[in-house]
Design a binder for this molecule. Sequence first.
Ligand code: NAI
Ligand code: MN
Ligand code: ZN
Length: 339
Amino acid sequence: MKSIVIQKPNALLIDERPLPVPGKGEVRVKITLAGICGSDSHIYRGHNPFAKYPRVIGHEFFGVIDALGEGVEENRLGQRVSVDPVISCGHCYPCSVGKPNVCTTLVVLGVHRDGGFSEYAVVPAKNAWHIPDTIPDKHAVMVEPFTIAANVTGHVQPTEQDVALIYGAGPMGLVTVQALKGVYKVKQVIVVDRIDERLEMAKRSGADWTFNNAEQSLQAALEEKGIKPTLIVDAACHPSILQEAITLASPGARIVLMGFSSDPSQIVQQGITGKELSIFSSRLNANKFPVVIDWLEKGLIDPDKLITHSFDYHHVTDAIELFEKDQRQCCKVLLTFGQ
Ligand code: NAI
Ligand code: MN
Ligand code: ZN
């Protein structure tokens, strides 16, 4: 089989590898579609501290089960599946409190173990989630990015009265907007970014109001309108954003962080305690595949609004370069396998 391998930073190869055989409790997935994410590009460029090389990247993938390991139910053969990249032990402290996404021996497919940019991948059977026939392939491959939004919103339980502010109109900001509007029916969702084209995408995903903060102050604009956000999600992830969010937030508001910056954020304690703000963080997803599959079945979210490009996997280098360079036109870029 062919696999997309990052041999070392900046060295990508479409390599011939032996067809993997599923072990006990595993299935083999013949991959149809995969999505490119910022973290794939970070591993390619050598900017992911967790990555070990060589690595088959890709953690957003969909396909059909074509072989079963020992102990896996026969009826799984031929199933259409989306694969949860989070592999956890099931018994450590975080696993025992419903946070397998921060398992003490966490393994993420495509980061710590070979992933889905490949013609085939072997994965634990319980990570391969059956996709109902009513959900098309192109939507099924988008389950993983939406699980990030399911995880974020799961922490804060948005309500219709919320006034939400989302920093960043990249793929992560946009999945969050769709969840807030489509699933939770939040009254007002405001999106801030520095790129007008991305703010247009945010409007298409349901944002009620967008603001470009490249040259103008968000704080002044919100004050003028008398808006105090009750829920703030940082999907732009610059360390300076936390203090701004604390300043802008309504008393009693929730703030969710998604970033992995290693630079410090300067914050004033009084700003948090004085308004009794709740600050959450969200990493990957904790058992959110069935949640998002349900959203898709009910038509509450629309992945088509995020998919801007699709490439045959042989052109993966072009696909990643476009994804990296053209933030104005690109949101989700898909790779097709065997089509
Ligand atoms: P992206 O880079 O495509 O989008 C970020 C957006 O934020 C860009 O449109 C950029 O113009 C905007 N931005 C940057 N600084 C800003 C500022 N000061 N104010 C307003 N907008 C600003 O990235 P993507 O894929 O949407 O991911 C967003 C972040 O989420 C990344 O930092 C990524 O590492 C993180 N992430 C976290 C996950 C988690 O589970 N916690 C999962 C996936 C991504
Ligand atoms: Mn992703
Ligand atoms: Zn664990």
